[in-house]
Design a protein around this ligand. Structure first.
Ligand code: ADP
Ligand code: ZN
Ligand code: ZN
Length: 861
């Protein structure tokens, strides 16, 4: 890893720049690739640029600069300053795009770490860290040379030249729009060659810029005695009264648009006032604010419960004296983790520092934002994918200036420019959406830990079901584990009020004196679907589930039906004994390929013919498994025609706000049953839900991924967490063909420790993470044979390299077709590199075009 000076060198002659070239990564062609394609710094390559004397004063590490690069004009970020240059001839920095650095020193160090660890080019990492739309596009400008006699030899030349003469300098883009010629580029070349036109490269306008609007205010010289308009000019009076109500004379600029809208005044009224010198106009920068118009109702923090208090003391200590190890806060859903985050944020802000709070994109609902906004209304920024570029840019700049000091956002908010960072929180830290799925494929959890280390911030990873890796790290002392095993009963007051109409016998919990009390986790009933079949129930609803649904509907309570469709129904299972066909080598389920009727292992490419009988019990009822949400909806409508049903999955939530709409409808009790995929498993707090039915726990369990059991355990635990959050209590029913599976058993007993112990033993036995590390190499090509051949070729190269470097603790799994072996018409092959330190094999290796590198993949599908 490269190192950086932590302070600016006075009068440095050279700026060391990471050049942000176009997104197309420069790579060697496949044919060029030797057996051992070593290239030591291809991921972190920098260029030295000379700093002209007049720029030395203002130049700084972290700045965005405009620079010539080859024949192009590009931008780059200064990552270092240097007295000397490794090359003789250097070019000059052309301009400093923004005197304020776009990256802090800590962020530059972080970028180097990400590139090194995730094997991704640093320029791509840096791009990710900057707000979208900020980088300007290079452009070419062509201008006619004035006053020259042009002897144009073709009509094409004549046309372009007269265009330039009539319209003035034009960009390439403008020329291409103005002409119908196809080969206008070469015509421009000819004009330049003849000396009739000149061409220069420069940087275009930024896609986003600060927004400025027209504003008015009462003039500083305003005198109420003299200047107040006469009675007849009542329109003018309205405007003036309105402005005076918003601030005294000479203060308080008000957007013109707002004045017109609120008073109904036309421009001429305002012009008349301006002419008399009563008001003045100007232009002011305004912030595009995603939270505009939201009024946060401030709330008093509650008194902490005993569990919370113990956790809070430890964290508070770290906020004063950081120990440099992240906290793993394991607390069941509803145990009051968010309250802990709020306290920590309050403390950090009081210290004059800033905080980053990350939640999975899907959990970034107005509900969550409101909860933080209510505590910190004046300092909160939000960042997520649904902001406009302008909003994002403005939130970013307000954070950079220190105007706002708390950001709540999804994954990429980890790169928010917060100086003096004191706290990073990752809520629902086990969520695999924290892994970025494009280069750089970083895991937000690990980036957060690294950033905390670089800045001295405290780091909290909160989860009800920490991923195995995190718990493993906590066991080995890398994280500090804190626990809150009991659920706080929220909504006491709400339900106290609503209790009137409730049938007495349904009320399970009766809070008495204290504000907060604990509620037990809901009981989970595991239903054996094989037994249902034997009892001739072929419906997707077991008898138990039916019974409970009827009871809940009768009591006017709400129901969630959950299923997971990602499974794609491709594993093969015996309906009589629940046996699933697995790879003898990898112990993951085999996948059925309808094209050749083979069963294939997507880890190692083991193949076998699809059997017609179960190898365990010889039953012939062996079949491919799965149903979708739509089917469940149909069946539910048939069974309960009077019930109001909403479906919440990817198909029904395409629009911008439909997530919230569906949720709101359900919260307002305009629906009785919500049917959905894993989305509904996330942190929703729905007091009226008393029954959660899991249609099939098997779909995830039988994905050919070594994490299938872990994911099943997490999902079931999260889904179960949706039920019984109020005095009404609740129940969970899990339907499965494999009721004895440890993931299902332990989840039904809310037994995380038991599951962890069992699962870590499995990982140890098969040397899967976290006992080893995996790097997934994926190759995508439209030609099936080519994809296979290339995968085999890289495999040979890797084997050769392993032997040459003498790396006994690295092995290769595959090459094999990926689980999604053909996506969008392209064939996908993959190789898994597994080892204690796979970086020893892969670092410094330049991958041929078409390969995607994923370090610590969250899925090997
Ligand atoms: P988690 O983040 O672990 O899911 P929350 O912080 O959302 O848990 O807390 C669950 C419910 O309990 C919320 O309604 C919250 O307002 C309430 N709550 C949290 N802490 C307390 C407390 N100390 N006293 C009273 N209510 C609390
Ligand atoms: Zn069987
Ligand atoms: Zn296998």
């Amino acid at each position: 890893m490269a190192s950086h000076p932590q302070e600016k060198k006075a009068d440095a002659l050279y700026a060391v720049v990471v050049v942000l070239t176009s997104l197309k990564q420069k790579v060697t062609s496949r044919e060029d690739m030797e057996l051992d394609p070593e290239d030591k710094d291809h991921l972190t390559r920098t260029f030295h640029y000379h700093v002209p004397p007049e720029m030395r004063e203002g130049i700084d590490v972290g700045q965005l600069v405009g620079i010539p690069f080859g024949s192009r004009y590009l931008q780059g970020v200064i990552v270092n300053l240097d007295d000397t240059s490794p090359v003789q001839k250097t070019r000059d920095v052309d301009q400093i795009m923004d005197p304020e650095p776009v990256l802090s020193l800590a962020q530059i160090d972080l970028a180097y770490w990400i590139s090194d660890y995730y094997l991704s080019p640093i320029q791509q990492t840096i791009r990710q860290m900057l707000p979208p739309g900020m980088l300007r596009k290079p452009q070419v400008i062509v201008e006619a040379v004035p006053d020259v006699e042009a002897d144009t030899n073709t009509e094409a030349q004549a046309e372009i030249l007269s265009l330039l003469r009539e319209m003035g300098p034009l960009t390439y883009r403008q020329i291409s729009r103005a002409t119908e010629q196809d080969n206008w580029r070469s015509v421009v070349d000819q004009l330049v060659d003849h000396g009739w036109a000149t061409r220069k490269r420069e940087i275009g306008a930024p896609r986003v810029r600060p927004k400025r609007v027209a504003v008015v205010r009462v003039s500083p010289s305003y005198d109420a005695e003299e200047d107040y308009p006469s009675k007849r000019a009542h329109r003018q009076r309205d405007v003036l009264d309105y402005l005076l109500a918003r601030g005294e004379a000479g203060k308080g600029w008000t957007p013109l648009r707002q004045v017109r809208k609120e008073t109904g005044a036309s421009y001429s009224v305002i012009n008349a006032l301006e002419e008399k010198g009563v008001v003045e106009r100007g232009k002011r920068q305004v912030w595009r604010d995603p939270l505009e118009g939201q009024r946060f109702v401030p709330i008093q923090p509650p008194e902490l419960t005993g569990d919370q208090d113990a956790v809070w003391r430890t964290i508070a200590e770290d906020l004063t004296e950081p120990q440099g190890r992240p906290f793993l806060l394991q607390g069941v859903t509803g145990s009051g983790k968010t309250e802990i985050y709020l306290r920590a944020v309050a403390r950090v802000l009081a210290q004059g520092r800033g905080a980053i709070v990350l939640v999975p994109e899907i959990a970034l609902t107005p509900q969550t934002i409101r909860r933080f906004g209510a505590r910190f209304p004046d300092t909160i920024a939000v960042m997520h994918s649904q902001l406009s570029e302008g909003e994002r840019y403005d939130q970013w700049r307000r954070l950079r200036s220190g105007d706002l000091r708390l950001v709540i956002g999804a994954r990429s908010a980890i790169f928010a420019p917060i100086s003096d960072l004191g706290l990073i929180v990752l809520d629902e830290a086990h969520e695999w959406t924290y892994k970025q799925q494009q280069t750089p494929r970083y895991h937000t959890r690990d980036v957060a830990a690294r950033l905390a280390e670089l800045t001295g911030a405290t780091c909290i990873f909160g989860s009800a079901t920490p991923d195995l890796t995190s718990t493993y790290r906590a066991e080995r002392g890398l994280y500090r584990k804190l626990q809150m095993p009991r659920r706080i009963m929220g909504h006491r007051r709400i339900l106290e009020e609503q209790r009137e109409g409730l049938p007495e016998e349904r009320i399970r919990f009766r809070p008495i004196e204290k504000e907060a009390m604990h509620a037990p986790l809901p009981p989970v009933e595991v239903v054996d679907m094989r037994a249902e079949l034997r009892a001739h129930n072929t419906s997707i609803f077991s008898r138990s589930l039916r019974q409970e649904m009827e009871a809940a509907l009768a009591a006017e309570e709400q129901i969630i039906l959950f299923l997971n469709r990602r499974g794609n129904a491709t594993f093969v299972m015996c309906r009589d004994c629940g046996h699933v066909l697995r790879c003898p080598r990898c112990d993951v389920p085999l996948t059925y390929h309808s094209s050749d009727r083979d069963l294939v292992c997507h880890h190692c490419n083991y193949r076998t013919a699809s059997p017609t009988q179960c190898p365990e019990c010889w039953s012939r009822r062996i079949k491919f498994f799965g149903v979708g949400t739509e089917r469940v909806e149909e069946v539910t409508r048939e069974a309960y025609p009077q019930a109001r049903i909403v479906r919440w999955d990817l198909d029904t939530t395409r629009g911008k706000s439909s997530h919230q709409e569906i949720l709101d409808r359900f919260m307002r009790r305009e629906a009785d049953i919500m049917i959905g995929t894993q989305m509904i498993a996330k942190g929703l707090d729905l007091p009226r839900v008393t029954l959660v039915g899991v249609i099939s726990a098997d779909t995830v369990l039988n994905l050919p991924d070594f994490r299938a059991a872990e994911r099943t355990f997490q999902l079931l635990t999260q889904v179960a967490g949706r039920a019984g959050r109020s005095i009404l209590g609740g129940k969970v029913i899990v339907q499965t063909y494999t009721p004895e599976h440890p993931a299902i058993q332990r989840a039904s007993e809310h037994d995380y420790e038991g599951f962890y112990t069992q699962e870590i033993a499995f990982r140890r036995e098969h040397w899967y993470p976290p006992l080893s590390r995996i790097v997934k190499l994926l190759y995508v090509h439209s030609n099936a044979q080519k994809a296979e051949r290339e995968a085999e070729r890289l495999h040979r190269i890797l084997e050769h390299r392993i032997a040459r470097l003498g790396l006994p603790q690295v092995d290769l799994i595959g090459p094999a077709p990926a689980f999604f072996s053909r996506l969008r018409g392209k064939y996908r092959w993959q190789i898994l590199v597994r080892g204690k330190d796979p970086h020893r094999l892969l670092r410094h290796m330049r991958f041929p075009l078409g390969w995607r590198v994923d370090v610590d993949p969250v899925s090997v599908l």
